[in-house]
Ligand binder design. Sequence first.
Ligand SMILES: Cc1cc2nc3c(=O)[nH]c(=O)nc-3n(C[C@H](O)[C@H](O)[C@H](O)COP(=O)(O)O)c2cc1C
Length: 93
Amino acid sequence: MFLILKKIDGGSYATNDCGVFQQNTVLAATSLGLGNVIVGMVGTPFAQSEKVAELKAKFKWPEGYEFGMGLLVGHAVKGVAPHEVDESKLTVI
Ligand SMILES: Cc1cc2nc3c(=O)[nH]c(=O)nc-3n(C[C@H](O)[C@H](O)[C@H](O)COP(=O)(O)O)c2cc1C
């Protein structure tokens, strides 16, 4: 599980930067034959749980950072074919 953190008040592109890291990691994992899922929900326990402080300590969460993106990488039980590109959703100018 990747917990991709961003600096609190790290600027308007901080979340995008997390997404860029996430997407590159997805591509790298896929090229290595590993399954992966982008998951925002993994951030929930670090925001809403009664055990936030305990969890953050366990994960060595640095001061001044907050959750940005989450990613699961592992050996997939089964694979699915990539989606077909729906060209009707593309606008070419
Ligand atoms: C930013 C972001 C956060 C996501 N968070 C979750 C999540 O918490 N739980 C989940 O089941 N899917 C989540 N998804 C969706 C999955 O990553 C995946 O896109 C979805 O299961 C559809 O997969 P498919 O397009 O291969 O069918 C998220 C997607 C994005 C882009």
